[in-house]
Every structure is written in structure tokens, then in C-alpha cells.
Design a protein around this ligand. Structure first.
Ligand code: BTN
Length: 246
């Protein structure tokens, strides 16, 4: 897959979505930025994206699969990213269902998957999977809105590392290569076991965005999260419907 590297961009997700929408991009490609001026998170949130902290990349795909299947590509990106980050840091990288990356209990990355506005018979024309990783802690600390939850892959700040562009390029290339390897084999879910092994929320009590609280029992074959409730009921949550907080 062709990988384009840029210093600064509005949002790698937005740019690839626009290119696919306008017909400028017609095949799979990746866009990697060292800095975003309008980084987007889930639920319309902003994603903190300065050059001295992170790596921001998106992949444009034309998988011609229904939305339910598209939801399984986000965990695939989480596994590919976790592996690349481990390779370049020797730190253990965990996953919080469905698409957040954690190190030592702090969020170091998130994934935002978006579809074309046009969906024909449940099949989007194209999708964009974007991931943002905090590689380094910012000089003055993370902004106050995220400072309690946010962490970084490395403990040292960027200035102490040296050639961070080469490091970012290598991490991005490794992530994209692993992703592509599994994607070519999709819908084979060989990455499910690794995803399951990296989930650090199993056995933990969590709050669900619909107001309920329950204990995480595990995930099923479709990456649905199995939750047990105090009344003995068990429910399987779909990634498209709910989110969790610890
Ligand atoms: C989240 O944790 O809420 C998801 C964050 C996703 C951020 C990435 S950075 C690359 C891509 N471009 C964006 O504007 N967002 C995603």
C-alpha cells in the first residue's frame, strides 16, 4: 500500500475521506502526519495532535463489506498498533475494548473508524481507519482535560530522543505492514486471540454508556463484549452501540 508522509495536516481521516469522496483516491493508501491541526476523536471530540507528542495516521480501504464486518477492522488496527509500539519500546501495550491503547493504565492511543456517507445495501463505498498515538509526554504535561487519563509510549520527551521523524516513520510503517498482512486475509480473524490477550479490562467492573454497571467477562467471536450484571444476566455489547468507562 502506498504510504504518504506529511509534516502537518488538518486531520488524516478528513483528508482521506475527502479524497475518496471526490474520486481523487480510488485505491488503498495510508496517510501519516507528524502533526494535525484539527485532529478528531470519537464522539465529536478533539484529538490532541501536536508534533512533539504524537503520530497520526489513517488508512483508506475499499473492503466492500457490511458495517457489522467493518467494526472488526478497528480491533485489527488495535492489534497491529500494539505490536508495533511494543517492538519499538519493549513496553507492554494493552487494549481497552474496543479501540483504545493503554500502557500502565494510561491511554496512549485511540482509533476512529469512519465510513463513506453513501452506504448501499449496508455496504459502505469506502472506510477510513485513523489512529493517533502519544509517543512522548508534552513538555508542560498534557492539557488539563486529559491529563488524568493520558499517557505516552516513552517516558522521555521528544527533545531527548533525537531523530523523532525517523522513529515515527518506522513505527508507522511497521503498524501499516502488520495491518495489511491481516487485512489481506480478512475476514479470517487470526488476530482475535491476540486482541483478547491484550484486553486488560477482563474481570473489571465498568460503567456502560447506557447507564448500567457490570463486570467484563470476555469477548465473543464477533468482538462483542460480554458483561455480567449483579442480577445474574449476561449481555453482549456491540462496539457500534456503547462505550465503556473504568
Ligand atoms: C479517540 O480516542 O477518540 C480516537 C482518536 C483517533 C485519532 C486519530 S489521529 C489520526 C486520525 N485523524 C483524526 O483526525 N483522528 C484520527
Amino acid at each position: 500500500m502506498n504510504i504518504e508522509f506529511v509534516d502537518e495536516i488538518s486531520s488524516t481521516n478528513d483528508v482521506l475521506l475527502e479524497r475518496a469522496f471526490s474520486g481523487e483516491a480510488t485505491s488503498e493508501c495510508a496517510l501519516v502526519a507528524f502533526c494535525q491541526t484539527k485532529g478528531k476523536g470519537r464522539k465529536g471530540r478533539e484529538f490532541y495532535s501536536p508534533s512533539e507528542t504524537g503520530l497520526y495516521l489513517s488508512i483508506l480501504l475499499f473492503p466492500k463489506i457490511p458495517i457489522e464486518e467493518v467494526l472488526k477492522l478497528t480491533p485489527l488496527m488495535a492489534v497491529a498498533a500494539a505490536r508495533a509500539l511494543e517492538e519499538y519500546s519493549k513496553e507492554q501495550i494493552d487494549i481497552k475494548w474496543v479501540n483504545d491503547l493503554y500502557k500502565n493504565g494510561k491511554k496512549i492511543g485511540g482509533i476512529l473508524t469512519e465510513c463513506s456517507p453513501e452506504i448501499i445495501k449496508g455496504i459502505p463505498k469506502y472506510i477510513v481507519i485513523g489512529i493517533g498515538i502519544n509517543l512522548f509526554p508534552p513538555e508542560g504535561g498534557f492539557p488539563k482535560e486529559i491529563k488524568d487519563r493520558a499517557g505516552a509510549l516513552y517516558d522521555k520527551n521528544a527533545a531527548a530522543i533525537g531523530d523523532i521523524k525517523t522513529l515515527k516513520k518506522n513505527i508507522a510503517a511497521s503498524m501499516i505492514e502488520t495491518f495489511e498482512g491481516y487485512y489481506l486475509d480478512f475476514p479470517n480473524k487470526d488476530y482475535l486471540e491476540e486482541y483478547r490477550d491484550r484486553l486488560f479490562i477482563i474481570g473489571k467492573e465498568v460503567s456502560i454508556s447506557d447507564g448500567r454497571r457490570g463486570t467484563v467477562l470476555g469477548i465473543d467471536e464477533n468482538f462483542g463484549l460480554k458483561i455480567g450484571f449483579s442480577n445474574g444476566e449476561v449481555d453482549v455489547l456491540s462496539a457500534g452501540e456503547v462505550s465503556l468507562s473504568l
